[in-house]
Design a protein around this ligand. Structure first.
Ligand code: FE2
Ligand code: FE2
Length: 226
């Protein structure tokens, strides 16, 4: 079922947007944020009900959604959302996928994380192919200001926060042109794949921590509720 859900999404995006990369990435980024919203909604519900507190996971999932938001803002700055039909398709698909992922996450969190691991893998390969096909053209174009601010000149706390597979502050991108921007978007997707894989491990409840977590005691898993 998970593979079918991902397959439908990939088929629709690849078929409808074969020759329109920026609208295609705009749709992909709009939908790709939604599972993180679904995870946060369910985790928030569990915490509100006093069932399960997992502050680190909420923080990491928000940072992941924040990263995807910036991918989306970059696509919008490149004109990916300029046509009404693309905004319509992206938003309605996101709405449907949000509720599907909420239901899957409540029934089987590991399956919901597996879904996102596959989506992130697809995103990685999409950007990797785009970089290979358009290298010269992309190196000739400037980076959008939103990308320069997010990756290089702004506050990079949130940029570090979603990368659970690397030490905080160890990745500092060079952003000189549009190629660098897409290279880093691609690498972000690879970090998402790693985190989604880590979320499915047996020891994830204990082992998966915010990159900024000072001690395990502060963020220790609590079953006592709020
Ligand atoms: Fe993305
Ligand atoms: Fe992603």
């Amino acid at each position: 079922m998970i593979r079918l859900l991902v397959g439908i999404l990939v088929f629709v995006i690849n078929t409808l947007y074969r020759n329109r990369p920026y609208p295609r990435f705009y749709v992909l980024e709009t939908v790709a944020r939604v599972p993180y919203f679904a995870y946060m909604s369910v985790l928030h519900l569990y915490e509100t009900l006093g069932l399960w507190r997992k502050a680190d996971w909420l923080k990491i999932h928000f940072a992941e959604s924040w990263n995807e938001l910036h991918h989306l803002l970059i696509m919008e700055s490149l004109g990916g959302n300029s046509q009404w039909i693309d905004r319509f398709i992206a938003r309605h698909t996101a709405l449907v996928y949000y509720w599907i992922i909420v239901a899957i996450y409540m029934a089987n969190p590991r399956a919901a994380y597996h879904f996102m691991e596959l989506v992130e893998q697809h995103a990685y390969h999409s950007y990797d192919g785009f970089l290979k096909d358009r290298e010269i053209e992309l190196k000739d174009q400037p980076a959008p200001p939103v990308a320069i601010d997010y990756y290089r000149d702004g506050d990079l706390y949130m940029f570090d926060e979603f990368q659970t597979g690397v030490r905080a502050e160890s990745r500092r991108p060079t952003i000189d042109n549009l190629y660098d921007v897409f290279l880093n978007i691609r690498d972000d997707e690879q970090e998402h794949v790693k985190t989604m894989s880590a979320c499915q491990q047996d020891d994830a409840r204990i082992a998966l921590k915010s990159p900024h977590s000072p001690t395990q005691a502060v963020f220790a898993e609590s079953t006592k509720g709020a």
